[in-house]
Design a protein around this ligand. Sequence first.
Ligand code: 13P
Ligand code: SF4
Length: 316
Amino acid sequence: MLIVDKSEIIKKILNLKSEKNAVILAHYYQLPEIQDIADFVGDSLALSQQALKTDADIIIFAGVHFMAETAKILNPERKVIIPDLNAGCSLADSCPYDDFKNFINQYPEYKVISYINCSAEIKTVSDVICTSSNALQIVNSFPLNEKLIFTPDKNLGSYINNISGRNMILWNGYCHVHDRLNTETIVKLKINHPDAKLIAHPECKPQVLEIADYIGSTAALLNYVSKSSEKKFIVATESGILHQMKKNCPDKQFFIVPSDSNCSCNDCDFMKIITLDKIYNSLLNEEPEIKLSDEIIEKAYKPIFKMLKLSNSLIK
Ligand code: 13P
Ligand code: SF4
């Protein structure tokens, strides 16, 4: 069913949500109207913390598949619904289980740190999970002489290698949304806005991170902008983040680094596949539901739990 009037569908979603004791968790890259009706909007770490502490019967996850899977692993007894099962992640897809398993079998003495943007299966063969908010903290929790493999993001991994002085072996994965951002478009923006600060997500290429004034997760970028005395920012990440930036700092100006010279935005197609209509229908029909075997849940829970413990976020 397609409902055209946004206020009508929002009313229906909110009514159904309280009737069914459901909660809507949304990532910062979701469409503005979805961020505005969510019970909680956050980065990957905050969303997993929130999933851990919810007492709702149904979790509607407005984000991508690996995020909803993480919520399910933390809440095996609750219904976790993703409004469109096609909301995947190119970074998670860049690390197929069989290939990765063969790879780590060659390095039996290495510990595996997996960025949360990976499948539940990859989590089952990981020692610990990290997000872009806590990657440095998680890596530094290992002794300096520990041999480490980092998957799947080569850009985040090489950034953490640089700032931690480690030499982790990196899986060759990347996010198509961040990896396509380039220094040429940034230089053009810099020429037009010489007083703007460049802020970047660590999934960007090393060349972009090298010239950034600040590097951080989506939550860290938002926090930096709110606290900064600067007024203009060139933003190297997905466009959805601008919604909260503008809401938090209406007096500041933001220039998103475009994905190519023909556009003025940088959207993740997977994140933007979720709509208000799909949220309504998924809440009404209570599907598509995230389903995982007990074995996967049990094995994937351990490295996620370890991350939350190391991040002091065991709040259930
Ligand atoms: P954050 O953990 O910074 O929210 O990043 C998630 C993500 O998918 C970035 O592309
Ligand atoms: Fe995955 Fe990249 Fe989209 Fe984030 S922006 S969800 S890493 S494809």
